[in-house]
Design a protein around this ligand. Sequence first.
Ligand code: EPU
Length: 434
Amino acid sequence: MEKLIVEGGRPLSGEVRISGAKNAALPLIAATLLTAGKHTLRNVPDLRDTRTFFRLMAELGVTSERKGDVVTLDSTNLVHAEASYDLVKTMRASVLVLGPLVARLGRAKVSLPGGCAIGARPINFHIMGLKALGVSCKLENGYVDAERDSPLQGNVIYFDIPSVTATENLLMAAVLAEGTTVLKNAAREPEIGNLVDMLNGMGADIEGKESDKLTIHGVKTLRPADCEIIPDRIEAGTYLIAIAATGGSGTVTHCNPAHLPSLLEKLRAAGLTVTETEDTVTVGWPEGINSFTKRLQSVDIKTMPYPGYPTDLQAQFMTLMAIGSGVSMINETIFENRFMHVAELKRMGADIKVDGHNAVVTGKGIQGLSGAPVMATDLRASSSLVIAGLAASGRTEITRIYHLERGYEDLVGKLTGLGATVWKEQEQEVVRKS
Ligand code: EPU
């Protein structure tokens, strides 16, 4: 296994190009299951998770070919309607094949994902919604066995909590249903808007994009897709926080600043200058590194469904607050176990107390962190450790970096381009003798 070495204490500067969004790419790839033909997806990030999803698609019978960031998929010959435990356990988003498979083939069998490092993450909303459309769902031997013996029937579906992938799964199921489906209290994340655009481009009839009420008038047929994946707002946010935490000044390009409303306001509140164009964001300190040493303010965050502050940027912001000048309260409302990075940040000198869903971060000032060996526990927790390593004095070694590779394309290359000293090394195998 590889580990990541970060030599900290250097301000980042320059430009970094943002890739296509992982969490948009996955549902868009799944949506190609809805109709036979050759589909084209553009701006597709090359990540461990997208590669896993293409492997899952290949098991179902969908071939794919990548040329640069353009992927063509041929979904003409679906041969299989099952997502096995082996794949689902490595990537929960595999559950996204449930809706489109049952819509097109009438049947789908998908392994239940089970728990995950950040929380229990049940899929009861997905199942409740499919049942409302007329699907019979049995849970047997660790699998959801979903079947319909007549066309899906439109219905009104209300989510107790807005769920991103449940909204996506039910959108994909409902586009081919008879009649109209209304999804109420639906999630409003930009990735769902990207899916709505793709489905409407395929001939679907969906109203209410980016609102919490989606109305889907079922259609009889769809045509193959040609769609571009939106920029990854979480990757963009991660680099902005990394630049801020090193006292640097830099620009993320090829992004959509409108998708980062809460983070940009929090960075301004923390004392940074933030300037936006249509597709770039530049952050920096008003008087350069000198003002960084004086000005990094502590601010509170509360994670919320979009357009609130994203849970996927909570760990990274906590690292920034660990070197702030006061006390910050971080309230995680989406996932019950998303503070796994706290223990690792404490090993680097952070002062953080966790009480249930709240973390109280007492900023230690910009000299407050020192490099240490730490372990990555999930994707976003890992990126908070990279930021901590960049801001800390000395060397940080991060193990289990396969988590990072799930969601950050060319992390080492992009950080190096911003002036960081960071590289991968093979971990030494320790052979114990008894
Ligand atoms: N929930 C239920 N029942 C369900 C579905 C969700 O109780 O059937 C609860 C969850 O336990 C959670 C809340 O609803 O408390 C919201 O979860 P949601 O379903 O929105 O999460 P998700 O769809 O499983 C996606 C992203 C996550 C991101 C969350 C929240 C994808 C592939 N994954 O997950 O991304 O954290 O939305 O924004 O889109 C990541 O990229 O690192 C990541 C974890």
